[in-house]
Design a protein around this ligand. Structure first.
Ligand SMILES: NC(=O)c1ccc[n+]([C@@H]2O[C@H](COP(=O)([O-])OP(=O)(O)OC[C@H]3O[C@@H](n4cnc5c(N)ncnc54)[C@H](OP(=O)(O)O)[C@@H]3O)[C@@H](O)[C@H]2O)c1
Length: 299
């Protein structure tokens, strides 16, 4: 068995435990259950907005290929995309197939258009671009024409074309509509924004998702990267090591993962070393309630 095959087997068994650079991967990777099925997924995944929107150029694609390999080699699997993200679905499909990892990914993508026919065409195109006959999670992007698409998704779930159904948004203005949908419609997943500085989802959405047994994916965990500028030049607090945190990236992600309603967080990155850093948040201890109070004061 070669080194990669060996790493894949170990990661599948949840037995990875090693240090890379300053990242401790004290195994096993943390996984959480999707409430509607009890299937467990790794708590840190990968977003592809902007970062995976590249063309055919080999030099643009090479680092992204390494990002996907890093995700899988270190126990991750969840990748989120959308037809709204330019070439991202195609790049994920192409690179994961070249790496022979396509079937190891938990692929989440979205429908983002108006009308039943247009939605079906768009989603069929996503299957082709992602090189999949089955997609793990199909989400209605920003609730666009959700009442129409939900019917297609329910049919496709029954037929086995998709495994899970979800809705997404990224702004507080949508929270009351999301509450109404959660209360009225069976869903497997909600994808929503949440971070150290955008905490409104804690108030009603997280408790409601738990009550309705809906898994929660967190988008924009770094506020589109701007959280890093808030701590530029600042040293990580010494007490961060009490929850096995080695970087500001892990600090922001572990804050999110300390929320029991959160199933998975999907930071976007184009850099393999950032992917590894982010996955480090899925290993070791999580912050306690008293840590969380202190963490808020750091940004
Ligand atoms: N409505 C929706 O459905 C919706 C809306 C927004 C986002 N999303 C999804 O959520 C994902 C995440 O959100 P996002 O990509 O907008 O924002 P984000 O994850 O908050 O931030 C991404 C930025 O952080 C940087 N970064 C990542 N890891 C880092 C690290 N360890 N250290 C330093 N910098 C790091 C990335 O730059 P580098 O490339 O240099 O690493 C990138 O610029 C998206 O990619 C998308 O899949 C969905």
């Amino acid at each position: 068995m070669n080194r990669r095959a060996c790493l894949h087997s170990l990661s599948a068994l949840g037995l990875l435990s090693f240090t890379r650079g300053n990242i401790s991967m004290e195994g096993p990777i943390l996984k959480r259950a999707i409430p509607s099925s009890n299937e467990k997924i790794p708590v840190v995944g990968l977003g592809t907005w902007q970062t995976f929107d590249v063309g055919e150029n080999e030099s643009d694609r090479a680092p992204l290929k390494e990002v996907l390999k890093t995700l899988i080699d270190n126990g991750g699997s969840v990748v989120d995309s959308s037809p709204m993200y330019g070439n991202s679905e195609k790049v994920v499909g192409d690179l994961s197939t070249e790496l022979n990892l396509n079937q190891k990914l938990f692929i989440a993508t979205k429908v983002w258009t108006n009308g039943e026919k247009a939605g079906i065409e768009q989603m069929n195109n996503s299957f082709a671009l992602l090189k999949r006959s089955k997609i793990d999670l199909m989400q209605i992007h920003n609730l666009v024409d959700w009442k129409t698409h939900i019917k297609t998704l329910q049919n496709w779930k029954e037929q086995g074309r998709i495994k899970y159904i979800g809705i997404t948004h990224y702004t507080e203005g949508a929270y009351s509509s999301i509450e109404q949908i959660l209360n009225s419609t069976p869903l497997d997943f909600l994808q929503i924004n949440y971070s150290l500085v955008s905490r409104k989802a804690e108030e009603r959405l997280f408790p409601l998702a738990q009550e309705r047994k809906v898994a929660v994916i967190i988008n924009q965990p770094f506020e589109d990267g701007t959280l890093f500028s808030r701590v530029k030049g600042k040293t990580l607090p010494v007490w961060a090591k009490e929850f096995d945190c080695k970087s500001w990236g892990q600090f922001f992600l572990k804050f999110i993962l300390a929320q029991p309603a959160v199933t998975c967080v999907i930071p976007g990155t184009s850099k393999p070393h950032h992917m590894l850093d982010n996955l480090g948040a899925a290993y070791g201890r999580l912050p306690s309630p008293s840590h969380l109070t202190k963490m808020v004061g750091q940004v």
